[in-house]
Ligand binder design. Structure first.
Ligand SMILES: [Zn+2]
Ligand SMILES: [Zn+2]
Length: 291
């Protein structure tokens, strides 16, 4: 067994240490539980499959990828680098593919969600694949159809597949795309919260402190990684009826997580970014069924 095989307890210890050492308690950790990609070395490169059907969305993904690859502006480093590759299938056919993060857009319908991030995990912690979906049913509407809102949601949804959670869900801006500031209405022209901030990179470094004895990250030719895997069957996570159980929801209702247990022993975890309109009547309801 390699020396640093799964030193999660060490990671937890270091997390505690970092918190004690930091000057402000506003720097709470925001990993999505302890979910992470198993890999044998840092830094590692994560392949982002581009299934986007418009030049505008492609430009947003390109920008988000550049921003997540640029910890240098905060005088720090990141354990992961993103690289954009050809996607698996566009639109409603788009689904998670082992070893990669697939990014898609489509008119997924008037279902209340603006953005949807899914990860599959094994052994309770290891991410094996992810997807980020943008719902054009809403992004085509004047309210959401602006550069800053699109960039905010793209930047956030792909980062859920890195293992990051939100820094804030109350609508305030922490000037990170991992918050729920709304770049709409009077704030449509604001570039606040459209990119990661220093704390996102700090958190990534904490999540990826330890190394694993195996890697789940696709490294070889994509055709190889796209060979059908046993767990590629339980997909189509844009169907709310297949999201499993509601696990948590922010008090304003805009952010929910769902969890589904799959037959092969893996779990699918889903972050839902609801529209303003989907939550305003009943912030505490399960928005899959209240509109
Ligand atoms: Zn691990
Ligand atoms: Zn989110």
């Amino acid at each position: 067994m390699p020396k640093n095989f799964h030193q999660h307890s060490l990671a937890i210890l270091l997390t505690g240490f970092a918190l004690v050492a930091l000057p402000s308690i506003s720097y709470a950790t925001h990993s999505w539980s302890s979910y992470h990609w198993a890999r044998t070395a840092n830094p590692f490169t994560l392949k982002i499959g581009d299934n986007l059907t418009s030049a505008d969305w492609k430009s947003k993904l390109a920008q988000a990828s550049l921003d997540w690859n640029n910890p240098q502006i905060f005088q720090t480093t990141s354990p992961l680098t993103t690289t954009i590759v050809t996607g698996s299938a566009p639109g409603k056919l788009c689904s998670m593919k082992t070893g990669t993060v697939q990014v898609c857009n489509s008119t997924y319908g008037n279902n209340g969600w603006l953005g949807l991030a899914s990860i599959n995990i094994t052994a309770g912690i290891h991410i094996t694949k992810g997807s980020a979906k943008m719902n054009d049913t809403y992004f085509n509407m004047p309210k959401y159809n602006n550069t800053n809102e699109r960039l905010h949601v793209m930047c956030q949804e792909i980062a859920h597949a890195f293992g990051l959670d939100h820094q804030s869900t109350n609508g305030s801006s922490q000037n990170t795309c991992m918050d729920y500031f709304s770049n709409t209405g009077v704030n449509a022209g604001s570039t606040l919260s459209t990119k990661p901030n220093a704390h996102d990179f700090e958190q990534l470094n904490i999540i990826y402190t330890h190394l694993d004895s195996t890697t789940a990250v696709a490294t070889s030719a994509l055709t190889a990684s796209f060979a059908k895997q046993p767990d590629d069957t339980a997909e189509e996570t844009d169907d709310p009826n297949k999201w499993g159980q509601l696990r948590s929801q922010s008090s304003n209702g805009r952010s929910s997580t769902y969890e589904r247990f799959n037959k092969d022993g893996s779990q699918t975890l889903i972050h839902v970014y609801w529209t303003d309109e989907a939550v305003q009547n009943c912030p505490r309801c399960d928005h899959r069924y209240d509109h």
